[in-house]
Design a protein around this ligand. Sequence first.
Ligand code: DGL
Length: 269
Amino acid sequence: MAVGIFDSGLGGLTVLNAAQTRLPDVEFLYFADSAHAPYGVRDAEDIYQLTRSAVNDLWNRGCNLVILACNTASAAALRRMQEEGVPEGKRVLGVFVPLIEALTERQWGDNSPPREVETKHVALFATPATVSSRAFQRELAFRAIGVDVEAQSCGGVVDAIEDGDMILAEALVRSHVDALKRKMPHPQAAILGCTHYPLMEKSFQEALGPGVKVFRQGSLVADSLVDYLGRHPDMAGAGKGGYLTTGDPRRVSDRATQFLRRQISFEAA
Ligand code: DGL
C-alpha cells in the first residue's frame, strides 16, 4: 500500500518530486497514462473514463489515497468521481485547491466566504480541456472576489515535453505568453495550471518578466499532503511504491530520468 500519484504522463513527476522531498518515509506509486497522453485535447467523457480506470488500478494495487497530479483530470473527472462515490476506505484528491488557497492567501481548508485579495490580475496557463472546463475560475470564485483571470490554452506544450523536444516546448511557451499578454498586458501573477509546465518554469518566467509571481503546484500540493496525512495517517499505508506506465517503459524512464536528474525506472502498468 502506497500513496498513488496519477498523471497522463510525466507532468505529475513535478508533484511527486516535491512530495518525496517533504515525505521521505512515505511510499508513492506513480501512474503515467502515457499511451493516452495528452489528455488536454480530449473531451470530458474521455478524460473521465481514462482517469477512472487508472485510479481504479491504483486502488486495486493497494493505494488508499490517489492524488490526481493532473489539472486536466482534476478539472474534468474529479468532481464526477467523487459524486458517483468511491469504494470504502479509498479517497481521490485533485491539485487545484492548494494552489488557489495560496493565490488567495488562505490557510489550508479555510472555507470562509470569498473576500478581496491582493492579487487582482491573474494569468492562467493550462491545457485546452482545463481552460474550457472553467474549473479554476469556479474554485477561485468560492474564495476571492474581484480577481480578473485571463486564461491561455497552451496547445502543443505537453506533447513537446512528452516527446522530449524542449526547443519546441520553449518556443511554444514564448508564443503562448505573448498571446496572453495581448489580452492582459500586465498580469501580477501567473498560474502554471498544468503539472507539466513547471518543467518549463524558467521559460515562463523569462517570457513573463521578473515582476510576475509564478505559482506552480509541486510544493503546495506536497504541503497539503503533509497536512492531510497528519490527520489521516492510515491513508499513507506502507509498502511498495514504484513507477507504472501504459506507454513504453524504456522511453518513459529515459525522459523521467532526464527531467528529475536521477534514475527513474518505469514498469508496464
Ligand atoms: N499534466 C496534466 C495537467 O496537469 C495533463 C496534460 C495533458 O495530458 O494534456 O493538466
